[in-house]
Design a protein around this ligand. Structure first.
Ligand SMILES: Nc1ncnc2c1ncn2[C@@H]1O[C@H](COP(=O)(O)OP(=O)(O)OP(=O)(O)O)[C@@H](O)[C@H]1O
Length: 282
């Protein structure tokens, strides 16, 4: 169990997190929010790579502000940063092995077996001897996930893990993360509302350093109830609409002429919620 209380993080004069309260348990929680909402800052605080300005985090009874407890907590977490900045000349295997050494896996045989295991989990076994600079963007993304999986951490922190993955890899990723979330706490940030619908039991929407929504994907979708429409013609008077795969137009907001009601999804709920917030701020 992880308790985040009144967490504030200030960079100079910018308040990236503003008195955030959140509890995380077993399962997959998705963080959604516009650019600059504070998602990465929150994940870095959880990963103990960033000191808090005020407030507290308690994870498994450990306080990351205490150096000894911070080390203990680091042993129990895996972190996939947004931009891992890998050494380009390392091979895939050596890079993960290097992280495993940093994670104090001292027994060489067991460590190598663990490196092979995590490379297998992310489907990179065939690239074990490939240098990092020769990997595609999606492969690097999977490499970043592999190192986070080392040692089967209780807490898995993933910052935009699906960026750059092709549709097949995205599907494999969702299956893997769903499986991992059965036994541990997984928290991930994403801009992909389909990821949230497909793999998160819980979704937290962040805006200006606060959590403005906390519920299930279904509850988020229902925020847009009565505001989603399908029509044959483009709705000229609407601001928010897009073409769907069947050639019809999906509109969010007021009902366009001759449109029929559609079942709202996570994206509809998310956009509606953000629109409401803009209205409230205006
Ligand atoms: N090292 C830093 N120094 C100064 N300001 C920062 C720093 N890191 C983040 N910020 C600011 O803090 C705010 C929150 O940034 P953060 O990266 O946490 O947002 P985010 O929700 O992850 O955004 P994105 O979806 O674009 O990744 C932004 O206004 C950002 O400009």
């Amino acid at each position: 169990m992880i308790q985040i209380r009144n967490l504030t993080k200030v960079y100079g004069r910018r308040r990236a997190l503003d008195g955030l309260d959140l509890t995380l348990g077993t399962g997959v929680t998705g963080l959604l929010g516009p650019n600059g909402a504070g998602k990465t800052t929150l994940l870095r605080c959880l990963a103990t790579t960033l000191a808090l300005s005020s407030g507290s985090i308690e994870a498994y009874g450990l306080d990351p502000a205490n150096p000894v407890q911070r080390t203990a907590l680091r042993r129990r977490l895996g972190y996939q940063p947004q931009d891992p900045g890998f050494y380009p000349h390392f091979t895939t295997f050596d890079l993960v092995d290097y992280v495993a050494i940093l994670k104090e896996m001292t027994d060489r045989g067991r460590r190598h077996a663990e490196v092979r295991r995590v490379l297998g989990e992310v489907d990179l076994t065939d690239q074990a001897r490939t240098r990092v600079r020769r990997l595609s963007g999606g492969m690097r993304q999977r490499l970043a996930l592999a190192q986070a999986l080392l040692g089967e951490p209780d807490l898995l922190i993933l910052d935009e893990p699906t960026v750059g993955l092709d549709p097949e890899q995205r599907m494999l990723f969702r299956a893997l993360v769903s499986r991992l979330g059965e036994r541990r706490t997984v928290v991930l940030s994403t801009h992909q509302t389909e990821d949230v619908a497909a793999l998160c039991e819980r979704v937290v929407i962040m805006l200006a350093g606060r959590a403005v929504f906390d519920g299930t994907p279904r509850e988020l979708a229902s925020v847009a109830a009565g505001r989603v429409w399908l029509s044959e013609e483009a709705p000229v008077a609407s601001r928010m609409f897009w073409r769907t795969a069947d050639g019809r137009y999906r509109t969010l907001g007021e009902r366009p002429p001759s449109a029929e009601a559609a079942v709202p999804g996570v994206e509809d709920g998310y956009l509606t919620l953000l629109g409401r917030d803009e209205e409230a701020a205006a």
